[in-house]
Design a protein around this ligand. Structure first.
Ligand code: F0G
Length: 464
């Protein structure tokens, strides 16, 4: 038999949901009404939704069956034991606490272990992780490797932590002031880039030498484990589940949003070995989430997550997943659309600063591209640039480090023809990109402005 070259979707479709077709006029009106902020657009007016891969997965028939098996007892539900076993089988950690989503697990864990005068170090904190570290009175320090900022380099593990910088920071800050080191796998805020197993081993060694707990932000652990298998030669013979288990064994605990690599629409958990953390974490869990055997989730959600954690490590699925992301990258490159290379695990990040050089950062080139994608074709994406991370206005404007548009691929949702369509749309936009206008903010909240800020188009150039 030949070795088949086409990597197919490893599922067939049993239930379908119509897409939101709209006319150009409708989209133009909707953009105006939404003040050029795509978070304000009703989802049924979106044709292809690449806003996030979080909570947007298609569940399997087995997961839907799990919903019917859900035991909704308040305490000690059967579904809780199914969930606990699935998390323990995967991570090997002794204690498991469910939470309604990743950031709830973060809030509990940071409240238990952080506090004023402390610094949490990470390869890169995800926004909610950083916000929870800061809300607990601590400083969040990111130490990504330098190549993470070189978008054109094909370095395979740009999600790594800079080990030399880690050692230096520990000696400067003092191990006793560092409640934990976090490894976000994959590194969502820096292009969904994976962390290598050898980097994780080194980080673990440094953490253990200094008696600092190492915590994995495991939202996309399986995508990371698969990219380790593909890109780290010594690991290519191992199964993804073996690699994933080793990743967890190198750490002292994990925080997980189950809305990504557990194919669930809602959920999360924290898991760890230290009995010292357990008592306080349980108290906070009961206070904010619920009794420790359901923690903010319905029994049916616990079942769906347990099943999703088994399905995600299927290598037929993961090879299709990695191929879909790479296929989108290849298509965009054909139209000379600059992206973060190599393609990461869950999304493609377009470098809008270089794609739209005529729009300067203070006129939000990435948000301008987000609006163009919607206006032209009803595709929704998200800005990761100066609207999200920039500060100030006019002459006080401080841009973000990068002006990116994230095209996140929901799991098992879109097919190859949807991706072909996205590529075609980019080809059209690339051919007339010099006509795209910048934006300015007309109203913004004090924090997390990208969710609710109001904007309007503005001719490019100069401060206003
Ligand atoms: N950690 C990472 C790496 C994440 O990407 C997210 C969420 C969280 C933690 C928080 O989890 O949403 O369940 O509370 N990322 C979403 C995204 C929102 O679109 O990338 P949550």
């Amino acid at each position: 038999m030949p070795k088949w070259k086409t990597i197919i979707e490893p599922f067939r479709i049993k239930m379908v949901e119509p897409l939101g077709f709209t006319t150009e006029k409708e989209r133009s009106d909707l953009l105006k009404k939404a003040h050029y902020n795509l978070f304000q657009i009703p989802a049924d007016k979106v044709l292809i939704d690449l806003l996030t891969d979080s909570g947007t997965s298609a569940m399997s028939s087995e997961q839907w069956a799990c919903l019917m098996r859900g035991d909704e007892s308040y305490a000690g539900a059967r579904s809780w034991y199914v969930f606990e076993k699935a998390v323990k089988d995967l991570t090997g950690y002794r204690y498991v606490l469910p939470a309604h989503q990743g950031r709830a697990a973060e809030r509990i864990f940071m409240s238990v272990s952080c506090g004023p005068g402390k610094t949490v170090i990470a390869n890169t904190h995800f926004d909610t992780t950083r916000a929870n570290v800061e809300a607990a009175g601590s400083v969040a320090l990111d130490l990504p490797v330098k190549e993470a900022f070189n978008f054109s380099s094909a370095a395979p593990f740009k999600g790594n932590i800079d080990i030399a910088a880690l050692k230096k920071s520990i000696s400067e800050i003092g191990a006793r002031n560092i409640p934990m080191i976090i490894m976000t796998v994959t590194n969502n805020s820096l292009g969904g880039q994976p962390v290598s197993l050898s980097n994780l081993k080194e980080a673990s060694k440094v953490a253990r030498q200094n008696k600092i707990p190492l915590i994995i932000d495991a939202a996309r652990f399986a995508e990371n484990a698969f990219l380790i298998k593909l890109r780290e030669r010594e690991q290519s013979h191992r199964s993804v589940i073996q690699i994933a288990r080793e990743m967890f064994s190198l750490a002292d605990g994990c925080l997980m949003s189950a809305k990504k690599d557990a194919f669930a629409n809602m959920g999360g958990f924290l898991a760890f070995n230290d009995s010292g953390w357990l008592k306080k974490a349980k108290e906070l869990l009961i206070l904010g989430e619920g009794f420790p055997t359901y923690g903010g989730l319905a029994g049916r959600d616990l079942e769906a997550i347990a099943q999703g954690l088994k399905e995600i490590v299927d290598e037929n699925y993961l090879s299709y997943r990695a191929r879909s992301v790479a296929y989108l990258a290849e298509g965009l490159k054909k139209h000379k659309v600059p992206i973060i290379n190599p393609p990461g695990g869950h999304a493609i990040y377009v470098d809008a600063k270089h794609f739209l050089p005529h729009i300067l950062p203070h006129q939000f080139p990435a948000q301008a591209l987000v609006c163009e994608l919607y206006g032209v074709a009803g595709i929704r994406s998200v800005e990761v640039g100066s609207l999200m991370f920039g500060r100030g206005k006019g002459r006080d404007f401080e841009p973000a480090k990068m002006e990116l548009v994230r095209l996140a691929l929901p799991r098992r949702v879109y097919t190859q023809s949807h991706v072909d369509f996205i590529i075609e749309v980019f080809g059209f936009i690339a051919s007339r990109k010099k006509f795209i206008e910048g934006l300015e903010i007309i109203e913004e909240p004090k924090t997390l402005r990208h969710f609710t800020a109001k904007l309007k188009p503005v001719r490019v150039g100069g401060f206003r």
